[in-house]
Design a protein around this ligand. Structure first.
Ligand SMILES: O=C(O)CCC(=O)C(=O)O
Ligand SMILES: [Fe+2]
Length: 341
């Protein structure tokens, strides 16, 4: 894991850019903000940009944590109990902007039409109704490690998590594919396009759009619905390991691969899951920490915890960051839009 501890001067320099953006924007969701933050990200302190570019280009480690951004716990107010509670301006606007700037050095943040109303920056906190679910809003169960949006060809290159509060020190689990030891036969089998990976529940769109929906959006939504239906009815076969066989990328989500493989494939998968389990480690994010995981080289999850549901719970903000916005162009309304259908 790579770590960057920001010094006082760097924190101050980032604060100046955040001030400038916060004076003109009350949200990180607008196209105007995306364009301007891309420009100002080039003014982040050079050593911070160097660390992010090195992480992106050299692929030495799949996890990078930047620590030291300020979070004033009192100003945040209570951790919401529902993701729909998001006032504008957001109480975490300054943290959101700093996080977005760092992410913009790695690529372009993207949103999913199916997730959190198409917002680009997600909230991750425990929600009572989902306590036992395998999603970011769960708490009581181990969130099984996974590749983010593993089934989707447009899945993110980097998952960014910024910690606003984590009072009980709940651990985000991470496992780097480069640490995993596999016998030659298993490795070769995992490189074959022979595994089924089902869409996860968060990608199932509503069949009906909003009243008066734009024609282009209706068309994209329809297509996306069909794609997920197809992926469920006749799933494609995919490889778990791909890229350079000596230093492979990974695409795996055991929870959504269980019970649908051939007998041989399931055995290979069980071996792989055991090998990942053996190298899983974790990071306990502190307020102000920004953690990036390379979604092609690292699986991640979360340890179970007892949520409080009293406004003091763990609270993270989350971004999906793509290296190449163009590859999703046919699934977005226009060139500037970040929302993938
Ligand atoms: O809560 C965490 O630390 C990670 C949650 C997670 O897997 C995600 O948000 O994608
Ligand atoms: Fe995740």
């Amino acid at each position: 894991m790579l770590t960057v501890q920001l010094g006082a001067e760097e924190v101050a320099a980032i604060g100046v850019i955040v001030d400038e953006l916060a004076a003109r924007h009350d949200t990180v969701e607008s196209s105007r903000f995306h364009e301007e933050s891309r420009l100002l990200a080039d003014e982040l302190p050079r050593e911070v940009r160097r660390a992010l570019h090195s992480y992106r280009l050299n692929e030495d480690s799949g996890t990078l944590v930047v620590s030291g951004l300020p979070v004033d716990d009192d100003k945040l107010g209570p951790t919401p109990g529902d993701w729909r509670e998001r006032p504008t301006p957001s109480p975490s606007l300054r943290q959101d902007i700093a996080f977005f700037l760092l992410a913009s050095v790695l690529g372009e943040p993207i949103a999913w039409a199916t997730q959190q109303d198409g917002r680009i920056m997600h909230d991750v906190f425990p929600i009572k109704a989902f306590a036992h679910d395998q999603i970011g809003w769960g708490s009581a169960e181990d969130l099984t490690w996974h590749t983010e949006d593993a089934f989707h060809p447009l899945r993110t290159d980097y998952l960014g998590l910024m910690c606003l509060r984590n009072p009980d020190g709940v651990e985000t689990t991470i496992g780097e594919v480069s640490d995993v030891e596999l016998d030659e036969e298993t490795r070769r089998a995992l490189q074959g396009e022979r595994f089924f990976l089902l869409p996860d529940d968060s990608h199932r769109l509503d069949a009906t759009g909003a009243p008066g929906e734009d024609e282009r959006i209706a068309e994209l939504r329809e297509r996306s619905l069909r794609r997920v239906e197809r992926a469920l009815a006749e799933p494609e076969r995919v490889a778990v390991l791909f890229g350079d066989p000596r230093s492979p990328y990974v695409r795996i989500d055991p929870h959504y691969m269980r019970g649908v493989q051939g007998e041989v494939e399931q055995r290979v998968l069980d071996t792989a899951v055991g090998a990942f389990d053996a190298v899983m480690t974790g990071v306990v994010l502190k307020p102000g920490d920004v953690c990036f995981v390379d979604n092609y080289r690292v699986v991640h999850g979360r340890k179970p915890f007892r949520a409080r549901f009293d406004g003091t719970d763990r609270w993270l903000r989350r971004l999906n960051v793509t290296r190449d916005l163009r590859k999703s162009r046919s699934s977005r309304v226009d060139a500037a839009s970040r929302v993938i259908f």
